[in-house]
Write a protein that binds this ligand. Structure first.
Ligand code: BES
Ligand code: MN
Ligand code: ZN
Length: 495
């Protein structure tokens, strides 16, 4: 799929389909009036019949409008003008692209509405279009992809001054969409294919031929030497060996401190001896979505050649019940030297993350963000709209909130006061790996905070946002847009 930005005279532009957005009660829309004049007033008559309301995402295909260069005209509802922004535009474009695909059109042109930030509108539109066109059929014997796929979408402006910004937005959007799609693909794969070793291979594949990206993989014997007793205790219950995947992207100045992204890579989480109920357990193949988002974000860094140093660290394992698995009450020693009482073997994410966090100290990171499908409690708290954000540094938290606004990839901050640590007291070890029913998302972060004292750190709990359940089950690729925006802003590629 190709996206491009163009200046055009919409009345005469030759295209199989011209998509034009209309607000509810669309009086005085210049673009619409120009088209209506060129078409001899027929468009106005159709609209006065009132069938098309302009609700956000509403679409209507019109044929045979004489006087226009376009073979078809698609009306696209943009909702109320006062509520309009990149978020609404993205929703509308998603619907428009689905409708174009359904109509078997391989090419279309979409007029970008005037007046708002054209960079944000176009970048969101590219991501929304890619979302509408995404299919995952790697595991089906016959692909269910459309016979005549949409191949090209032009974003049009009637004002040349917007063109440069729109072109940049296309390039950025395309890289973010590709990173998001990579994250979705990896996440949608089942646990029997996407194992820790598979993730390591995919990381190596990502780095192949890329001068600025280096990948190394630590094996269990390496982890043993480093004393990663917490991580290894989780993988002891699985036949698949754990991997610690380290990606180093060097786009910035030599010696400038990197941003570290740490992604939880549980390729399947059955809970271990504290086994989960059978209901929807298949979805625990998605317990590596943090890892997938790190790989997707690094792919976007490479494609955009961002002038910044980034380290990706992915601890990856399965969590299964086994004769050699962690047992409730077991005490393990983490790489930091802190001992942990494993009161619930299903709180395994924090066990693999704590050693990855300690390992990350060696990179002297400017900031660390971990991304994890860490707690079911986060879904109870925030549902499927926002990822949970917790941090030990308010400025870093603010920076992430800003990136989240700018990328339409929502987060909501929860407090991380010291008092929450009291819930993690253990009678037998330095800390326990669970903190009881109250504030489960926060106590998970409070656990991690014991391993982040030497750097600025933020934690994203993506349990509610990384995938959709139900009929439309599938990975979302979040928070690749947020992380990419965060990095782009840090190195001033966007303002
Ligand atoms: N991977 C799960 C969290 C999860 C559960 C994400 C459901 C999305 C949907 C994590 O490893 C886990 O099992 N967490 C436990 C923690 C508890 C034992 C303190 C949970 O949330 O139940
Ligand atoms: Mn678990
Ligand atoms: Zn888990």
């Amino acid at each position: 799929m190709k996206y491009s930005a163009r200046y055009a005279q919409i009345e005469t532009l030759k295209t199989p389909c011209l998509v034009i957005g209309l607000h509810e009660g669309r009086r005085g829309d210049e673009a619409l009036e120009a088209l209506d004049r060129a078409g001899g007033g027929r468009l106005g008559r159709i609209l006065r019949q009132g069938d098309f309301k302009g609700c956000a995402g509403e679409t209507q295909l019109l044929y045979d409008l004489e006087g226009l260069g376009a073979r078809r005209l698609m009306l696209l509802g943009l909702g109320k003008r006062k509520d309009f922004g990149a978020r609404t535009f993205a929703k509308a474009v998603n619907k428009a692209v689905s409708a174009l695909q359904k109509a078997n059109l391989s090419q279309a042109a979409l007029l970008v509405p005037e007046g708002d930030d054209s960079y944000a509108l176009v970048r969101e539109a590219v991501l929304a279009a890619a979302e509408a066109l995404y299919r995952f059929d790697d595991c089906k014997s016959e692909a269910d992809s459309p016979k005549k796929p949409l191949r090209q979408l032009h974003f049009l402006t009637r004002d040349r001054r917007h063109l440069r910004r729109m072109q940049k937005a296309c390039a950025h959007g395309q890289a973010m969409a590709a990173g998001t799609a990579l994250a979705k693909d990896l996440a949608n794969l089942p646990g029997n294919i996407c194992t820790p070793a598979y993730l390591a291979d995919q990381a190596r594949k990502l780095a192949r031929g890329k001068r600025k990206l280096k990948v190394s993989v630590l094996e269990e014997k390496d982890m043993q030497k480093l004393g990663m007793g917490a991580l290894l205790s989780v993988s002891r219950g699985s036949r698949q060996p754990a991997k610690l995947i380290v990606l180093e992207y060097r786009g910035g100045k030599t010696g400038s401190r990197p941003v570290a992204l740490i992604g939880k890579g549980l390729t399947f989480d059955a809970g271990g001896i504290s086994i989960k109920p059978a209901q929807a357990m298949d979805e625990m193949k998605y317990d590596m979505c943090g890892a997938a988002s790190v790989l997707g974000t690094l792919a976007a860094c490479v494609e955009l050649e961002l002038p910044i140093n980034v380290v990706g660290v992915i601890p990856s394992s399965e969590n299964l019940p086994d004769g050699d698995a962690n047992k409730p009450g077991d005490i393990v020693t983490s790489m930091s030297g802190k001992t942990i009482e494993v009161l619930n073997t299903d709180a395994e994410g924090r066990l693999i993350l704590c050693d990855a966090l300690t390992y990350t100290e060696r990179f002297k990171p400017a900031a660390v963000i971990d991304i994890a499908t860490l707690t079911g409690a986060c879904i109870v708290a925030l549902g499927h709209q926002a990822s949970g954000l917790m941090a030990n540094d308010e400025r870093l938290a603010e920076e992430i909130k800003q990136a989240s606004e700018a990328s339409n990839d929502r987060v909501w901050q929860l407090p991380l006061w010291d008092e929450y640590r009291e819930q993690l007291k253990s009678n037998f070890a330095d800390i326990a790996n669970i903190g009881g029913r109250a504030a489960g998302t926060i106590t998970a972060a409070a656990f991690l905070s014991h391993f982040t004292e030497s750097f600025k750190w933020a934690h994203l709990d993506i349990a509610g946002t990384a995938w959709r359940s139900g009929n439309n089950k599938g990975a979302t690729g979040r928070p690749v847009p947020l992380l990419t925006q965060f990095l782009m802003k840090r190195c001033k590629v966007v303002d």
